[in-house]
Design a protein around this ligand. Structure first.
Ligand SMILES: [Zn+2]
Length: 152
């Protein structure tokens, strides 16, 4: 995000009992990053659980999803444009996830510059590095990845 020249803030309350993972105050965009398991990602959360606590898991995740929907609604009502990103999107396609936010910024009439616009070096002008680049990506945990996407 930072690389795209966007200003953001971490962990900001956007509605009552609703804290976004980060927001772009200038464009009133609130971004929520949802963990695949706890928030029921269609790809990474089992549709059915087995074993003794199966029902508990299912109820817990259903409750989380419900809360997510309510948060989206409340943030929207409070005037925020909500973007929800799965943890796996960030892990596998950080640049894509950042682009998704950038697209919403453009829709809100904002402009997104690439790092190159602010960078005088022609070497770094060529491309924006992604998590897929190099060895570094393998060392990152999901939380680190979030830090990378927002450029902290
Ligand atoms: Zn997932």
């Amino acid at each position: 995000m930072h690389r795209l020249g966007l200003r953001f803030r971490l962990q900001r309350r956007v509605a009552r009992r609703c804290t976004a993972d980060f927001v772009l105050p200038r464009y009133r965009i609130a971004v929520f990053v949802d963990g695949c398991f706890w928030h029921g990602c269609p790809e990474h959360c089992p549709a059915e659980f087995k074993g003794r606590n199966a029902l508990l898991w299912q109820e817990k995740i259903a409750a989380n999803r419900k809360r997510d929907q309510r948060n989206t609604m409340e943030a929207t009502e409070a005037g925020w444009t909500v973007v929800r990103i799965w943890e796996c999107e960030i892990r596998h396609d950080t640049a894509g996830a950042a682009q998704r936010v950038a697209t919403v910024v453009r829709e809100q009439g904002g402009s997104v510059r690439s790092r190159s616009a602010a960078n005088q070096s022609t070497r770094t002008r060529a491309r924006i590095p992604t998590l897929e680049d190099g060895r570094e990506s393998r060392r990152l945990s999901p939380n680190d990845t979030l830090s990378v996407i927002i450029g902290t």
